[in-house]
Design a binder for this molecule. Sequence first.
Ligand SMILES: [Zn+2]
Length: 434
Amino acid sequence: MYKFLCSSAVALFIIAATTTCSVQKNSATSPMVVSTSEVARVENALASDEMRGRKTGSPEIDKAADFIAGEFKKAGLQPLAGDSYLQEFVMLRPRLGELKYTAGGIDIDRKNIIVITGQASLNVDEKSGYTVATISAGENLFSKAQSFAAAKKNTIVLVDTSMSKNFARLTGLKRQIFRSPFSTIFILGSTLPNGFKITTTHSFEEIRFKNVAGILPGRSRKGEQVIFSGHYDHLGVGKPEAGDSIYNGANDDAAGITAVILLADHFKKLGNNERTLVFVAFTAEEIGGFGSQYFSQQMNPATITAMFNIEMIGTESKWGKNSAFITGFEKTNMGEILQANLKGTAFQFYPDPYTKENLFYRSDNATLARLGVPAHTISTSKMDSEPNYHKASDEVKTLDLDNMAQIIKAIAESSRTIVSGRDTPSRVKAESLQ
Ligand SMILES: [Zn+2]
C-alpha cells in the first residue's frame, strides 16, 4: 500500500476436513491444496537478497518479472496479450523549462500554479477551451487531483485556498506521467484572473515499466473476467537498519504475488472456470500505482466482474489465524458473497477495520473501483501495528507461511461462485466514492 503520498518448517495442507462437506454441495470445485513449502519457495525467490528489494526501474525488478512470467508459464496460463506475459509500457518524466503565468500582462506568483502536461510547449488562455473545475474546502485534495489528472480532457482546476499548505505536494503527480494529449493545470485560488495566460515548456525522459499478466480463458462466461492481483515492486535498497539496507518486501507484497501464482496453478489444475480468470502482478505500486493504472486503462471495466487484489497477507490479522479483511466492504456485496462461500469453514473474512486509513483508495484496486468494478483488496496487515512495514526487516522469517497457505485457500474457496458465474457482485456506485 502506498504511503500517500507503502521462511519456516515445511508442512502439506489438505483442507479436506473442512471443505469436504461444502464440496459435496458443490461438485464444481475440489479442495485446494497449498503446500507451505510452495509458499516458502516462491517467497524465498521474490524476497531474497538477490532481488535487492525489487525497486521499480532497477535491474532486479526485471529479474522478478522474469521469475513471475516463468511461474505463469509453468502453471499453464496464456499470455494476456500477444505471446509474452510482460505488459510493457512507457511513462514520461517531465522536466520543467519555462513557466509564465500572467493576467493582463502582469506576472502572477508561480507558486500558485502546477502544470501537468505531456506537451513540450503549452500556451493556454481564455480561448483555449479548457474545462474549469474546482476542488472545494473539505474535499480530498489528492484523490480529486489524481482523478482530474487521469481524466481524458484539458482541465484547469481551481484549488480552494484552505488547501494552500498541501498545494505544492501536487507536484508529486508530475513525477512521471502517462503519454497523453491532455493537460491539467492546478491553480491555487477560487477564480481565474481575467486575461490570464499560461506558457510552459518541458523536456521529457522516457521510463519503461512491465506488468506481468496471464489468463485462463473461461467457458460459458468467457467474456466476463475475474482478476487476481498483487504488486511485485517494493522499495529496493535504502537507509541501512541494523546494518541491513535491502528492503526485501517479503510481506509487501511478495506475499500477494505468491498468492496470485499459487491461485493460477490451482485454477489451471481445476480447469473448470466459466468466467475468464486474469492473474496480474503490477509494477510501480510503491511509487503511485502506475502499473495498475496502465493495466486498467487497457481493460473495458464493464467486462470485469470482480477484482481480488491481494496485499500483505504474510502476518496474522488483528483477529488471529484463519482470518483477513476486505477493503471497501460496504461498497459492493462482494464481501458478503465471499463470506457466504466460506460458511462452515474455519476461515473468516471481515470488513476493513482501519477505515481512517483510506485503504480502499491506497492500493491497486482503486483505479478499477473508480470505474465501477467491484475491486477490493484482501489483507491481514495490522495498519496500526505492523512492525516491519516498509522496513529492511520485512523478510520471509517474519511471515507465518502456514497461515498464508490458509488465506490463499480461503481466497480460492470464497471466489468459487464468482468464478463459476453463479454470483455476480454489485458494482461500485460513483456516489459512494470520495
Ligand atoms: Zn504494498
